[in-house]
Write a protein that binds this ligand. Structure first.
Ligand SMILES: [Zn+2]
Length: 212
């Protein structure tokens, strides 16, 4: 009760920040008594050229792959009453040099003014970037960027990698004991605890209201 009141107050105070983003609102559809929270998401295939992408540094995935990933993410996150609504799914051209850095695992240049991030056609509240390689085995979410990166050939299920990284964006840390959990590192675990659901929903509401 107190938390709901706090969120309402915060949202009122940040009205202008929210208006700038055309964000979807919380839908009234309830699951387990929880109102559904809808976050918009864009999934990008990072390529150096749309017509003739270089096989060594451009993602080999296609739009259908990413649609399947998003369906899988929604399956996993529906347990928390969180739904991801696609705003854009498709390729985005990144400067060669920046793409090579991403492939090596360095995304710092990507987030600079001329690194590619600024050229995104439809940045959403949550943005997923799919790259040929990313310097680590599966995926990662740079802190504070509301973005995640996923490699073309992860060692676990695609939907699990992206869902796990979304968990980090929504404030969840690694689970250390149970490999069945979504937040355990490097497994196909997909379960969320009630505590994690509470934290993730709180974070998702903060993102919607422009306070996170
Ligand atoms: Zn992780």
């Amino acid at each position: 009760m107190a938390m709901a009141a706090l969120i309402a107050l915060t949202a009122a105070a940040c009205g202008s920040a929210t208006a700038a983003n055309s964000t979807p609102d919380e839908a009234p559809a309830a699951q387990d008594g929880r109102p559904e929270i809808v976050l918009d998401i864009s999934l990008y295939l990072l390529v150096d050229d749309e017509a003739a992408p270089s096989a060594s540094i451009s993602s080999h995935r296609d739009v259908d792959d990413l649609r399947r990933v998003l369906d899988g993410m929604n399956e996993i996150w529906s347990r928390a009453g969180i739904r991801l609504e696609a705003r854009f799914i498709g390729p985005v051209v990144i400067p060669d040099r920046t793409l090579q850095e991403i492939v090596r695992g360095d995304v710092s240049a990507f987030f600079t003014a001329d690194g590619g991030h600024a050229a995104l056609r439809a940045p959403s509240l949550i943005n997923g970037f799919y790259a040929r390689q990313i310097g680590v085995v599966n995926g990662f979410a740079p802190s504070g960027a509301r973005s995640f990166f996923v490699t073309d050939n992860p060692s676990v299920h695609d939907r699990r990698v992206s869902s796990h990284e979304l968990g980090h964006i929504l404030g969840l840390h690694h689970a250390l004991e149970n490999p069945d959990r979504l937040m355990f590192s490097g497994t196909n675990g997909m379960t969320l605890t009630e505590d994690e659901i509470t934290v993730a929903r709180h974070a998702a509401t903060g993102i919607l209201n422009g306070v996170r």
